[in-house]
Design a protein. Structure first.
Ligand SMILES: Cc1ncc(COP(=O)(O)O)c(C=O)c1O
Length: 342
């Protein structure tokens, strides 16, 4: 038995999802007549408190659609220097939308209103690009799965809106944020004009993300989806799993958070490993390997049936998810202890 903590994207669809996927009514979504996709888009929009949403293949496409909807070629968006849109989306904003990202270094993924204001370009200087939008990420992946306090999110968003910017939220794991905060997901989403969230991570679906916002933004997003080649046909097969996920997989994220906490505390006690426990607020656990390389540690774990990701020279990431029990966490800790003492 392998304990796979590489990512929450390794989750398998539940039996209920598999059943729904085989029985869902289908149509051609490019004609707009797949009833299951239409239903998912309605349910997702209502849950996030937005007017509309559009079903997309991935979170990466959701962020790219957000860039393209909010900014024109030659304009700039502001994002955290460690954000997914800046680091890990193959420069799609530049390559496809012609939009530059202005990276802002933050303490732990939370950008202050002053930082937002300082990053906005003066509108009367022809040397600089116009700033179109602020991109936020919640939970923030590379900063450790940290959750924006609602007040901080509100303040950053208000600062951006005060400067005439639009706000997009990369909410790949927005449901982890809402569960951790104990607030409705719509309260988190309300701080942004558009939100992308993923079904394919902690919610356990095989694929799919939703881009949510005003009817106008979503209509533009639908055109971008077509342009990017992401409009598909009987995608109700995937949307069916999404409907089950929104019904059954959200509240249980608290279990993943508790498992991550136990794991992080256990790792931090092992000699040679250290974890900033203040950042372990959801299902991601980043920790440092003091002696030797993270790749070597990862390899030692792999040979003993535990999978993780070395994210840089000395840092490893473990992610808890639906396929991981509290017994797996104890086994994972026992393996890590063996690896550090080997
Ligand atoms: C914060 C964040 N945003 C966006 C994405 C992109 O999602 P996808 O893998 O569906 O393209 C990820 C994926 O890991 C992510 O962690």
């Amino acid at each position: 038995m392998v304990i796979d903590l590489r990512s929450d994207t390794v989750t398998q669809p539940t039996p209920e999802m598999r059943h729904a996927m085989t029985t869902a009514p289908l149509g051609d979504d490019v004609f707009g007549d797949d009833p299951t996709v239409n239903r998912l888009e309605e349910v997702a929009a209502a849950r996030l408190g937005k007017e509309a949403s559009v079903f997309l293949p991935s979170g990466t496409m959701g962020n790219l659609v957000g860039v393209a909807v909010h900014a024109r070629s030659g304009e700039e968006i502001i994002a955290d220097a460690e954000s997914h849109v800046f680091l890990y989306e193959a420069a799609g904003s530049a390559a496809v939308a012609g939009v530059q990202i202005r990276p802002v270094t933050t303490q732990a993924g939370v950008m202050s209103p002053e930082q937002v204001e300082a990053a906005v370009r003066p509108r009367d200087d022809p040397h600089v690009p116009l700033t179109a939008a602020l991109f936020l990420e919640n939970t923030h992946n590379v900063h450790g799965g940290v959750v924006w306090p609602l007040d901080a999110l509100r303040a950053a968003s208000a600062a951006a809106r005060g400067q005439g910017l639009r706000v997009h939220l990369d909410g790949a794991r927005i449901f982890n944020a809402s569960v951790a905060l104990g607030v409705a997901v719509a309260d988190v989403a309300a701080q942004a004009d558009t939100v992308t969230f993923c079904l394919s991570k902690g919610l356990g679906c095989p694929a799919g993300s939703l881009f949510c916002g005003s009817r106008e933004a979503v209509d533009q997003g639908r055109r971008w989806r077509k342009r990017l080649g992401g409009a598909m046909r009987q995608t109700g097969v995937l949307a069916a799993a999404g409907l089950i996920a929104l019904d059954t997989m959200v509240d249980r994220l608290a279990e993943d958070h508790a498992n991550a906490r136990t794991l992080a505390e256990g790792l931090d006690e092992l000699p040679g490993l250290s974890c900033d426990l203040t950042r372990v607020q959801t299902n991601l656990v980043y920790f440092d390997v003091a002696k030797g390389s993270a790749a070597k540690f990862q390899d030692g774990c792999r040979r003993r049936g535990l999978l993780g990701e070395a994210t840089d020279k000395h840092r490893v990431r473990f992610v808890t998810h639906h396929g991981i029990t509290s017994a797996d966490i104890q086994s994972a800790l026992a393996i890590c202890e063996e690896v550090v003492s080997a």
